[in-house]
Ligand binder design. Structure first.
Ligand code: FMN
Length: 332
């Protein structure tokens, strides 16, 4: 594993609109070993606008941290990576070859490069050269669609281009987030390259992480949506790997303390406007947090209307008070 990444790292997956500085720090506190920024456009780096600079902002307590870049123009990506290294000195640059969003794919970025291996090779080699000897990693999907699963080919190309580690999301671009992540193809990637491979997709609990590590032989795992609803998953995975014991989930009180802290930090430090705007932007996050809680269906409706921290306090108090009641939906 390239320094300073620890053995068997547990990564927080990059998630646009989710893994901002506040959430990354919260996940670090919960035991995430490595974090990655939301993806940043190479073109945005040139414009150096306020939003892009915010994406690049991190605290030293978040290290090791990678800045994830996307784009399609090799020289632009190379220059953008060079500037990022000069400006903020992250621990590594990560290249996004997995984004399925049309806005990115239509400009040949993200997962689009999976169906253009010569360009993929050029992008990776150009960026590696532009920042050498600084480490560059990559995140891929297993292919463009089910008829063109080529993760072993793309991984080999990336390794030969000097990429130091590869995170593989076990789905094709066409699948988006549907179906089940294909860890078998991730295992084939592990057998194909010598660099560390990080397994990603559908790891929702400690035993999933253990299964993914065992089944595919990956060097580490990366957690996305599982961390959105249960950021303590990092602690649970580590405890399970070390002791074979499954930690009981945090009490409802502890969960709500965490959620309220997240919202308070977002309001205090967030760059998304005042309390009301910030709380509106937190609604989707609150929906994710409600997953698996008693009365989740009712909670989801309640958080769709939350506008202030005081309202959130009331929802939390009510949820804790009602938690002894037998909810019909069993937390679904
Ligand atoms: C809201 C959201 C935003 C995402 N943004 C990014 C991104 O900016 N860069 C990236 O490489 N992957 C992104 N992803 C994909 C995740 O990193 C991860 O590969 C995917 O969610 C599968 O892992 P999971 O099953 O643990 O969620 C995003 C996923 C979600 C749900």
């Amino acid at each position: 594993m390239f320094s300073p990444i620890p053995d068997c790292p547990i990564y927080l997956a990059p998630m646009a609109g989710v893994t901002d500085k506040i959430f990354r720090q919260l996940c670090k506190d919960e035991g995430a070993d490595v974090v990655v920024t939301e993806f940043v456009s190479a073109e945005g780096i040139f414009r150096r606008n306020e939003r892009t600079m915010r994406y690049l902002d991190f605290d030293t307590s978040e290290r090791p941290i990678g800045v994830q870049l996307f784009g399609a123009e090799p020289d632009h990506l190379g220059e953008a990576a060079r500037r990022v290294v000069e400006w903020v000195q992250p621990d590594f640059i990560d290249l996004n070859f997995g984004c399925p969003v049309n806005k990115v794919v239509s400009k040949n970025g993200g997962s689009s490069l999976l169906r253009d291996c010569p360009l993929l090779e050029k992008v990776a080699a150009t960026v590696v050269k532009a920042v050498a000897p600084f480490p560059v990693t990559a995140k891929i999907r297993i292919g463009w669609d089910r008829n063109s699963i080529n993760a072993t080919t793309t991984a080999k190309i990336l390794e030969d281009a000097g990429i130091r580690a590869i995170a593989v999301h076990g789905r094709t671009k066409e699948q988006g987030y549907s179906d089940v992540a294909d860890w078998e193809t991730i295992a084939k990637v592990v057998q194909t390259v010598k660099i560390p491979v990080i397994g990603n997709g559908d790891i929702r609990c400690a035993t999933d992480a253990e299964r993914c590590l065992k089944m595919s032989g990956v060097a580490g795992v990366m957690i996305g949506r599982g961390a959105m609803s249960a950021p303590w998953i990092f602690r649970e995975i580590k405890h399970y790997i070390a002791t074979r014991e499954i930690l009981p989930p945090p009490s409802l009180e502890k969960r709500w303390d965490f959620i309220k802290r997240h919202c308070r930090l977002a309001v205090e430090h967030g760059a998304r406007g005042g309390e009301m705007t910030t709380m509106h932007s937190m609604r989707a996050r609150l929906t994710a947090y409600s997953h698996g809680m008693p009365g989740a269906r009712v909670l989801r409706q309640m958080v769709q209307h939350v506008s202030t921290l005081a309202e959130l306090d009331q929802i939390a108090d009510e949820a804790i008070r009602n938690s002894t009641t037998d909810f019909a939906d069993g937390g679904k």
